[in-house]
Design a protein around this ligand. Structure first.
Ligand SMILES: [Zn+2]
Length: 357
């Protein structure tokens, strides 16, 4: 199967999970609530328009657990949708990692009476990147607030309930295990695993489309982390971005990083000088695009991804900074603000240059 999302579209079959008939969750339908199990819901975020991540929520006997806080505007999209389904209080909002599109609405959830939850690494990462909150120079939140009204109108709230390896929610009927398998997209990626339904919420540690930002993680460790997640043998994977897919999504994502890793290692051998290596990007990109299993992962981040793999193999950074600047900007567009709100490229490039000084 070339594209995971085509899996059900091809047969047109409705999906049955835990006895619940659901609309085909593997077809991309932004801003649509889909029931994917008894009391388990999936909502694909509006990434293009508003930078929103995907969300899930689980309705337990007495409360609701939300997977990913989203941006404040993203949380406000789903809160009424949850309340339409249940009167039960929303008690927990689980940040799969520290990025703005997954964690910046924590304050919004607190105002709803919920406690933000995350792996200990989420708090660590926030202490590293959110220097504004911790009394130093403005950090990522302040940067996002320049272009996002929803961020500017809220304030940063780190998770206050933390787990080192795992945390379990179990009311006798539903069970959700929050897990950490190691470094991947960040140093604090958490996963939500529903063992009965065999549904795995992966955050950005596994996505379904060209959304892999590698700047805060490590490709080699990411491969190992995905190997650990694959041991769960999930039936369904709910990614941080892109449509839901079957369990094979983890293998696709892992193969993409293995391919990048190998390409980076080979590139270092054939082109030890980084300028010459960088000149090979288009050729390597064209080759990987021919691989049907992973072609959907190749996109605007490719040069930065290969650059990272090259560095992890022992090479020096690609000299043309356009690659990493573009990546950072697009990362900002994905994780902080839609690109159209960032203004002319010269403006944000200048801003980035000032910040990195
Ligand atoms: Zn992210």
């Amino acid at each position: 199967m070339k594209i995971r999302s085509a899996l059900f579209g091809a047969t047109g079959a409705a999906l049955v999970l835990g006895g619940v008939m659901a609309a085909n969750p593997a077809v991309s339908q932004v801003n649509t609530v889909k029931q994917i199990g008894p009391g388990v819901y999936f909502h694909e975020g509006d990434l293009k328009g508003n930078g929103h991540c995907n969300n899930g929520w689980i309705i337990f006997e007495d409360y609701v657990l939300v997977v990913d806080a989203n941006f404040p505007s993203g949380a406000k999209v789903i809160i009424p949708k949850i309340q339409e389904l249940t009167q039960k209080p929303i008690r927990f909002a689980f940040d799969t990692h520290h990025h703005g599109d997954h964690a910046y609405a924590n304050r919004v959830w607190v105002e709803q009476g919920a406690v933000p939850v995350g792996h200990v690494g989420v708090l660590k990462e926030m202490k590293k990147y959110e220097s504004g909150l911790y009394g130093n120079k403005p950090g990522r939140w302040e940067d996002a607030a320049k272009t996002r009204k929803d961020v500017a109108e809220s304030r940063l709230q780190p998770p206050t309930l933390l787990f080192p390896d795992s945390m379990i929610f179990d009311d006798g009927k539903l069970r959700v295990e929050l897990k950490h398998f190691g470094v991947a997209h960040t140093h604090g990626d958490g996963w939500a695993w529903l063992p009965k339904e065999r549904i795995l919420f992966s955050g950005d540690a596994c996505v379904n489309g060209p959304y892999n930002y590698v700047g805060d993680g490590n490709i080699s460790q990411w491969i190992q982390t995905l190997a650990a997640a694959r041991k769960l043998n999930p039936k369904w994977v709910v990614p941080g971005h892109g449509p839901m897919a079957d369990g094979g999504l983890l293998a696709d994502q892992q193969k993409y990083f293995l391919t990048l890793q190998t390409a980076g290692q080979r590139l270092l051998k054939t082109h030890p000088r980084p300028a010459a290596a960088q000149a090979q990007v288009a050729t390597i990109k064209a080759r990987i695009l021919k691989d049907a299993q992973i072609q959907r992962y190749v996109g605007d981040f490719f040069e930065a991804q290969l650059g990272k793999a090259y560095e992890e193999a022992g090479g020096k950074a690609f000299p043309n900074k356009r690659a990493s600047a573009d990546d950072h900007d697009r990362h900002a567009s994905l994780h902080a603000a839609p690109l159209r709100r960032l203004g002319a490229p010269s403006t944000w490039r200048a801003r980035l240059a000032r910040q990195s000084r």
